[in-house]
Design a protein around this ligand. Sequence first.
Ligand code: ARG
Length: 687
Amino acid sequence: MKQFFPRLAALVARLLELSPADVEPLLATPKHPDHGDVALPCFALATKLGRKGKDAAPALAAEVAAKTGQGEPLVRAVEAAGPFVNFRLAPEVVAREVLEAAWSVARYGGSDAGAGKTVVIDFSSPNIAKPFHLGHLRSTVIGWSLRQIFRARGYTVVGVNHLGDWGTQFGLMIAAWKRWGDEAQRRIDAGEDEIDVFVDLYVRINGLKKQDPQVAEEGRGWFRRLEAGDDEARALWRFFVDKSKAEFARIYEVLGITHESDAGEAFYNDKMPATVAMLERTGLLVEGKSRLEQVEDARGALERLLAAIDRLEGEVAAATDEKERKAKQKDLDKAKGKKGDLAKRVQALEAQVAAPVGEDAGDDDDEGAGPADRRPRGVLVDLGNKKEPFFAILLKADGGTTYTTRDLTAVRYRAETYRPEQILYVVGNTQRDHFVPWFKIVEKLAEKGEGWAQGLRLEHVGFGNYLGMSTRKGTAVFLDEVLERARAAARTAAESAEKKIQLNDEQRERVARAIGTGAIKFFDLKGNRTNDIDLSPLTDAGGQPDAGIAWDRLLNLKGDSGPYLQFAHARLAGILRRSEQPIAADGVDWALLGDPEAQALIKTIADFPDRVRQAADEYEPSLISRYLLDLAQRIHVFLHERRVLEPRPEEGDVAAVRRARLLLVGAAKKVLAEALDLLGIEAVEQM
Ligand code: ARG
């Protein structure tokens, strides 16, 4: 009901000789419909007017209630309830203003708030030669929805796919291909999924590497050649990149998703030296400790701790005073508690030092890689939670760059290329510890006078995991399975439709796709993004062995699902098809939309633009999801209580009632489709 706030504020302000700006921020929509359409709490106003005492607010409310209303067509009734003024708006005015606005503009939820501004959204960002896992699926779905939401707000959006296409793992991949490439190619030719074959190779070469240090050296050699631009290495890397991208493209095609840029990590290779130079110039780049030094430190700390334990044990035994003994015992327990962790840390560091130079556990970006006596370089960041600042490694002991170096290089490039107001990183909650420190580095660079970093807003848009579902099969397989089941759901829907609908094969496949992808997207977007998504079945239906996923919840035509919303849309479309009558806002008798069900639906429609704003402000597509469920619910109630095409004669002139209700149906359908589009879900006309 926000669209009416300015006018109500002006009304009250005039009465009290205040400025509308004093009043408007106080207005609110009451939770309970009994409290009217708009409420004005009077505490702040009483203070503003210099009225004191606990009766000031109720008195003011009574005064406002008594004075408003006369001759104001928007206001049907005003009531003071304690310190609140409750306004009830005139149903025919609400109907006219909301429906005219919703019907006349191309995008009712849109605005020009972001006009002239750009937002970069880093989303999806899978890794080459590795599975596109469900985390990437979530990033893809959430990122796309944010793209739609920001576009609706008038922003220019640059969606970037920050592909993981660089790193030492490619050296090993090439080494693997050199060994087993012929066999791998045969498997691919025989129709096996390329990424599956790549992942197999990667697992195999890592296994071999553990037994044979020579393999690690081979991998490093290939990575060096790759970095030096060696033809053979480049060609194989290209091959992995192309094949992986082709598979990702298939997934994006099914989901209906595109990016404006797919500049991955490799894109920044030639820009990395400038990042290092910038950090040196600003004095932020410092040397960290070599692994040998870290071992020494940890050993020293452990020795000191053991000595302290010895000393405390003696002191506890010697203590004469009970209070003193207790205090010492407490210190002793604390010291003993630390011992295990510290000993483990020493061991881990020793193992790292003992490992061959540059050797690592197969982690692509192991920051401990490189000679044990050489120091990595990085930036000290105060995270405010520990005594010691955090050391963000930018150049490993072997001189190689890290994930962080590549992100710093990318952020500068994006800032300079797109001049965005903000950059969103749609990446799982688990990477919080990666983003927080380097966001701070960007802040420091801004303070040091780096213009590109100034006023730049960086936001880690995190999200939870999928639970109750194995990711082993990979996203492509999951999508295929969902689509297959969506086909069945689409068949059921078509058969149970009130009026049988005839779809040809192509149409049916389109609907199945829309339902299948709609189901996945809505399931992903329906809860707060930072929550985990639980797809495990609520009940183990008959203990089926493959009861791995709650398909019934995902594709439920009647529950909180994408297909349920699509079904609501198709239902409205069906009514409009059968009406065979154009919809128009002029000539409507607005008083015919005064019934409670129509009013509830109209007021829900009125909430849409503000909900879109909020979703953008909070980077939270679930606000749209919840809105959609609410809207669909009100649509169903309206259709259940009120007949659109054949109104009852006692409701008024039949043609006029039909005409008014058709406009409402048209506006509801339009807003439903628009909101679905903000989630990347297709609104189907028939299903
Ligand atoms: N490729 C990374 C992963 O799969 C995600 C990259 C996210 N974007 C970024 N700029 N760091 O974990």
